[in-house]
Design a protein around this ligand. Sequence first.
Ligand code: C2E
Ligand code: MG
Ligand code: MG
Ligand code: MG
Length: 282
Amino acid sequence: QAKRQRKGSCHTFDPSLHQAISHRLRIEQALRLALKEEELEVWYQPILDARSGETLMVEALARWPRAEGYCPPTEFIPIAEEAGLIGELGMWIAGQAIAALPALRRQRPNLALNINLSVLQLLQEDLVTVLSHQCDAAGLPREAIHMELTESLFANDHIKVKRQLERLVAAGFAIHLDDFGTGYSSLQRLQEMPVTTLKMDRCFLARLEQGDERIVRAILSLGQTLNMAVIVEGVETQAQRHRLLELGAHLMQGYLFSPPLPLPRLQAWLTSAFRISDESDI
Ligand code: C2E
Ligand code: MG
Ligand code: MG
Ligand code: MG
């Protein structure tokens, strides 16, 4: 115990720490290989206008199939970030999703695509060039692509962050602020940044269920004040959908409508003229 606390000691042997490190290294190596062998997958979750049931956007989400099942992105994305693989991973996901979008837009003409970007990717100099190129190659207007970034963005060099966001917006891409309300949030920073949409984190819906809708109302009115659209994440029940509509929110994403789907299942879903009626109980 005492030994463990001695900083910089090379002689401490902590078997659990050792195990954790070698576990991490194994995942990192496997991820490197999976990227090289193109074993990752892109799944898509619809984002709807919950008034009409129309799908307006789909969010691309990375999936990593492994022998023992899918490894959750909350586990491998941070590893990719720390191992310096996120640039490659992120661009591969973006490339796949952008290439898939034209066919989806033949089904749903104005369908837009949301891509998650790590802050580390945002700070990459060639990001805007690469994304613009992928978009042009697919014959897509830049307006069809939205970049999702989390609030942790604001913890970084804000001049640089702002400049990169402005470059993305100047190129025609929209900026969505993901998991909004949970992170390091300065309203002043938010106001300064060219953010088009707030994605309200799903944790606030639990409170809605308990009759506490203060934060939900506050975020909706903040969106109005700042002239930003608000997407509500994690809508799971009809009761939530109803109350949100009453509160003036209509852009929604969540298991009530659809979980993330592999491409062929998304296409089937888009075809099946999906309408969520008030009567349907899910
Ligand atoms: P996120 O961007 O906030 O994505 C939404 C997450 O919420 C997804 O988890 C989705 O499956 C889940 N979700 C959607 N609707 C519901 C619902 O009704 N209830 C519940 N309980 N969950 C719901 P997923 O796919 O496991 O992704 C987790 C996080 O990993 C994402 O959160 C995002 O931050 C990150 N991530 C995923 N793919 C990528 C990627 O390609 N690049 C980067 N940088 N991050 C990614
Ligand atoms: Mg997201
Ligand atoms: Mg989110
Ligand atoms: Mg999230």
